[in-house]
Design a protein around this ligand. Sequence first.
Ligand code: JHZ
Length: 408
Amino acid sequence: MAEITACRSCGAAGLEPVLDLGRTPLADRLVTQAGLAGPEPRYPLAVAFCPACGLVQIRETVPPEVLFCEDYPYFSSFSDALLRHSRANALELIAERGLGPTSLAVELASNDGYLLKNYVEQGIPVLGIDPAEGPAREAEKIGVTTLQTFFTAALARQLADEGRRADVIHANNVLAHVADTNGFVAGIASLLKEEGVAVIEVPYVRDLIEHVEFDTIYHEHLCYFSVTALDHLFRRHGLYLNRVRRLAIHGGSLRLYVARRERVGESVRSLLAEERAAGVDRLDFYRDFATRVTGVKRGLLELLRGLKAQGKTLAAYGAAAKGATLINYIGIGPDLIDFVVDRNTFKQGRYMPGQHIPIYGPDHLLEARPDYVLLLAWNFAEEIRAQQAAYEAAGGRFIVPVPEPRVL
Ligand code: JHZ
């Protein structure tokens, strides 16, 4: 593991501390039965702010091969809401830009093909790029051509030299994951056709701070972006953030439309102005965050321990990466939570990192009927509650941890 001393984006020194989450295990490194007895590495997890360009970031860089290659358990296709969200995005771009059989849609971090399959369906050539073996294999199975590797500036140049430049580049929830932030953006610049567009989704740091979504901080997420920080980043590589949309997905995200030509629209100007007014580009905005995080920790422990003391049984829903941060930072172990359920079959039969709570399929909820279920995947609360209507009808109650612990 390496620790940065300068900003990941602009290279300035003088990063200011924002929050220290202590030493946590890797959020997506679920433990197998055989691994329970073995050692489990923990790494420091500390958030900092760059006063020069406004980028919020963690200091630690765990090597990407360790994080993403083998045994990566995240498969995008397990959320219906995410599938609908991605399909609508693809169909809108295909119509808006008149894409057809001579176009090329590329996705960086294409996972199991959840997005590009919508282009394949319409006869539009695609190229997925993703280093994670399991998801890449699933993508190939559904006809999404995938290069199983990391996207880098060198790979982008190679593809461009081979005449494989893109009309559309998607990059959802990956920009924050790459250690070489500038190399990745430079790669987008060289892979994009003259009139092409890169459509990039990232969690929005303003939502993270305002809704105390501290659990979305883990070693995979190196950066936490504001529009201000993104604007600086793209301009450094001759790219322009021309349009931006706020989305509800993942607790609040930004969808960025980035191109080689400068055509900055009102959506970008007004969000930049809002950020200036709210102070998102200044350290002050982040000063009381650590105190608010401690407040959630205290409140949630009190609530769960109180229920336990009354003899109630507790479980959790969603073996999400964010769930791993939450339970490890707060110290929620098998003494409080009996089990976690998750739809992802790859995660079932394994154990949560650090706390070693067993993971079962969602059916277990109705079988075991715990009195309360902590929603670790609170970002999909609506979808999960709809699916678990029978559990609630039978008297079960859900608890959301953030922005403040609350029984639904
Ligand atoms: P989910 C992911 O983080 C992955 P995670 C990644 N680290 C990232 O950047 C962020 O998103 C943005 C399950 N589930 O997607 C599926 C059900 O079981 O919120 C997942 O395991 N039933 C790349 O891992 C988990 O919950 C359901 O009905 O924090 C949700 O994890 C639904 C909807 C989900 O994110």
